[in-house]
Ligand binder design. Structure first.
Ligand code: ZN
Length: 326
């Protein structure tokens, strides 16, 4: 597919192509920007471009997606290119698929077991890549020990080795890490590109247009909003909606939490939109609702039933005339 599939990130892509053309690649970079704007995909396209065996593609600082290096990188099977996310970490910790899934649902940080696997691989001779690339997703969640364990490796990596740290919240990363990395900024995606992504994922036009309102430049959020809007389309309007929404939540606690947490974000988005337009006394009521929604969001991370939080939040929002149904 090549860099062409990275939509709306011309500036970041042109910087990366410049590195590939000159061969002067920073030893460590932070790809920063909103969740779901193409950072991880760009990291993999960059790894492919550095290692592509197709001469014609190399001349255009792009990749062919079909040579042995490109294929292995795309399939996640290249021994010299590691994409370390929570799933990779869970696979290091648990071999049993069910235990791994249970662990994955609880995972909130990148641990030292993961960074050690990468640093150890980085010291091996490359199996068949020209450039070894180590990518850490959600790098802002790195635990202190994990962050410390990569410091000397990102500062002085072996030749032709690149570290890419992906983050949608780079301010939360340790300054010792940030100061050793070059920042590559990714922009929030504009609405027309988000709409294209939704259409490419077969989201119905009317749902797609509404979902974009909640996306804040993120394709992940746009797709999640579209999923929730499609799910609730068949539910009754009015007071019955609240209970129907709660009953319709996923049965597992982890999934139900994710669903309610995002629904609360959607309600906050709508409330904020109304708040900015309002100048009358209703402004204060909307302000109070925003505060309540923040409180409900915190409650979700504690031991409170997601269904109960959802009902309370939807009722509070409905009192201000705000509903996910319209
Ligand atoms: Zn290739």
């Amino acid at each position: 597919m090549s860099f062409k599939k990275i939509l709306g990130q011309d500036k970041a892509v042109s910087i990366l192509k410049g590195f590939a053309a000159s061969g002067r690649v920073p030893q460590a970079m932070i790809f920063s920007g909103p969740q779901g704007c193409g950072k991880a995909a760009a990291a993999l396209e960059f790894a492919k471009t550095l290692n592509c065996l197709d001469g014609a593609c190399q001349k255009q600082q792009d990749n062919c997606s079909v040579c042995v290096n490109c294929k292995h990188i795309e399939n996640g099977t290249h021994p010299d290119i590691i994409f370390a996310d929570f799933a990779y970490q869970a696979a290091l910790e648990k071999s049993d698929p069910e235990e791994r899934q249970a662990l994955l649902e609880k995972t909130q940080s990148i641990k030292i077991i993961t960074t050690r696997a990468l640093t150890s691989a980085s010291q091996q001779k490359a199996a068949f890549a020209k450039w070894k690339v180590y990518i850490i997703d959600r790098a802002e969640t790195m635990e202190r020990g994990a962050a410390n364990s990569i410091l000397k490796f990102i500062e002085e990596p072996p030749q032709n080795t690149v570290w890419i740290l992906i983050s949608c919240n780079k301010e939360k990363m340790y300054s010792t890490i940030r100061s050793r990395c070059q920042d590559i900024a990714f922009a929030p995606l504009p609405d027309d590109i988000l709409l294209k992504i939704l259409r490419d994922n077969f989201v119905e036009e009317s749902i797609a247009k509404r979902a974009v309102r909640y996306a804040q430049g993120s394709s992940t959020k746009a797709l999640k909003a579209a999923e929730i809007l499609s799910d609730i389309a068949a539910l009754p309007d009015g007071p019955a909606f609240t209970t129907a929404f709660a009953l319709n939540l996923p049965k597992t606690l982890a999934l139900s939490r994710v669903q309610v947490s995002f629904a609360l974000e959607m309600l906050s988005c709508r409330t904020y939109e109304e708040w900015t337009k309002e100048s009358s006394s209703r402004k204060e009521d909307l302000q109070n609702l925003l505060t309540k929604l923040v409180f409900y969001k915190k409650a979700i991370t504690r031991n409170v039933s997601p269904a109960m939080v959802a009902e309370a939040a939807l009722i509070s929002a409905a009192q201000e005339g705000i509903s996910l149904k319209n």
